[in-house]
Ligand binder design. Structure first.
Ligand SMILES: [Zn+2]
Length: 180
């Protein structure tokens, strides 16, 4: 059977079950899952193992760590790509760390970089003065993806800016945690 002969696949073992997961590699080194998704989880690729739906990226991190993800922790993408199942782009972090990492990748704050082994980062340099420009481009109807490419940042960051979710509220959250 040469079903994936043009692509590649991961052979993932979890709790004694084997799943073959086809993927394609994109320009950022992300391994984008292209197989069927199970259940109603829209954002992340899923599989069923022992009658339970699992998000594949979490299982990939479990396999990489050789243990379960700790309670209260997430499997976070260093690449901001929810469809990516590359274990090198996944790490265990708290929701707060995930947010901080997103900001750090945006170049928004001077937080000392935390090394992500083998991961590929968006090499972005977004400054305060870029925000009004980005807002203007959004108002002119330019796509979030095109703007992200223009400023060399992740599309999700543009989404955040568009939806005003990050620049004020998150900054306050981070600054108050700095004072602890
Ligand atoms: Zn990735």
């Amino acid at each position: 059977m040469n079903r994936y002969e043009l692509g590649q696949a991961i052979r993932l073992t979890y709790q004694g079950c084997v799943r073959v997961l086809p993927f394609e590699i994109d320009a950022h080194g992300c391994m984008i899952y292209i197989g069927k998704r199970k259940g109603k989880v829209v954002k992340y690729p899923t599989v069923i193992i022992h009658a339970r739906i699992y998000m594949i990226h979490r299982l990939m991190l479990v396999a990489k760590l050789e243990r379960e993800i700790r309670a209260g922790y997430w499997a976070c993408h260093s690449c901001d790509n929810a469809g990516c199942i590359n274990p090198e782009h996944l790490s265990e972090c708290t929701p707060a760390e995930n947010l901080q990492d997103s900001l750090m990748r945006s170049g928004r704050r001077q937080i000392p970089p935390k090394p992500h082994k083998g991961s590929l980062h968006h090499n972005s340099k977004l400054t305060e003065s870029d925000i009004p420009k980005i807002r203007q481009l959004l108002e002119q109807g330019k796509s979030q993806r095109a703007i992200a490419a223009q400023f060399n940042v992740s599309p999700s960051l543009i989404w955040y800016i568009k939806n005003n979710q990050i620049w004020q509220h998150v900054r306050e959250t981070l600054e108050s945690s700095d004072n602890d």
